[in-house]
Design a protein around this ligand. Sequence first.
Ligand code: FAD
Length: 320
Amino acid sequence: MNDDFALRTLAADALKTIARDEQIKSHISNSEELYPLLYRAARRYITGETKEDAVFQAVRLNMRGYATSLEYIGENVSDERECTESAKEFLRLIGMYGTAGRSSTISLDLSHIGMTVDEELAYRHLEELIREAAIYGMTIMISAEESFKASRIIGIYKRAASSYPNVGITLQAHLHRAESDMEEIKHFPGRIRIVKGAFRESEADGVPRSEHLKAKYLRLAETAIATGRPVSIATHDETIHREARERGLIALPNVEVEMLYGIRPDLLKGLKDDGYRTRIYLPYGKEWHLYFFHRLSEYPPNLYRAIADMAMPSGSEEMY
Ligand code: FAD
């Protein structure tokens, strides 16, 4: 292993640990110095603190030909009242974007709207959001969380998808269970989003970034696409995009490439300019700690960018 690679791996592991550290998160959130400083760097990956920021950005990007997916960021909320407040915020978001005459997918973590407290609470909130989204022709996309939550998430998705067509699910290719999850969900309706997976998992649960993971990702994408359901190839990995292009996958009418706001905008713009369907994932809110540190850990050179952004903040909107 060369020194650069070892250092990068060490930095990535440390950043993933920081991402999950509640004490550091609370310290940053409550600090009048640290929060604004880090927020300047986080702004590269989030649209702002309010839904107005997100909707403004989404409409701009719609006008440039991108579809969007909006998320009010948050996860692991253990207070029932807070979960209900989060669900209400999602309802207001759907209404605001919907009445602007736009249609987006709305992405959420089930642990943001109740799953940590009680699965039934999460289901009730999810159902309310699905119904509201249906009024505007929107889909609710359920995000993937750590592997220990996967069975509960799939269970809630299957229950909702049995009654509503406008709910979709995210599968993490890096998990060993991804193929069996795909078998379980493939006969239900709604969009399937395939991601590699952001959380650090043990060898017993997942595979690391590798050629093996890319092959696994492409196999899952092919299975999802063959169902005829809408599918998001949600990765910034250009080798996967290239392979998916060569196999004729991303030109299919049920397929789109979806990427996170602020990450490889050049790549997504190139795909859009070549005529492929593209979607940008636009998060907003004040709970950006985990999201931001995940983005740094996935590509440690982003640390240099973060330092530069703290001194000279620059958003990502002009890059699309
Ligand atoms: P990687 O192998 O990590 O990266 C491939 C290449 O992409 C890198 O070499 C680099 O060039 C570029 N790249 C990747 N990340 C960055 C970055 N941060 N900055 C700059 N360049 C980068 N994960 C979940 O666990 N649950 C979810 O619900 C979820 N939803 C997602 C939704 C969308 C639309 C997307 C795009 C991702 C989502 N993710 C989610 C994150 C995903 O699991 C990966 O962690 C993330 O996409 C990075 O992996 P990658 O596929 O880009 O491949």
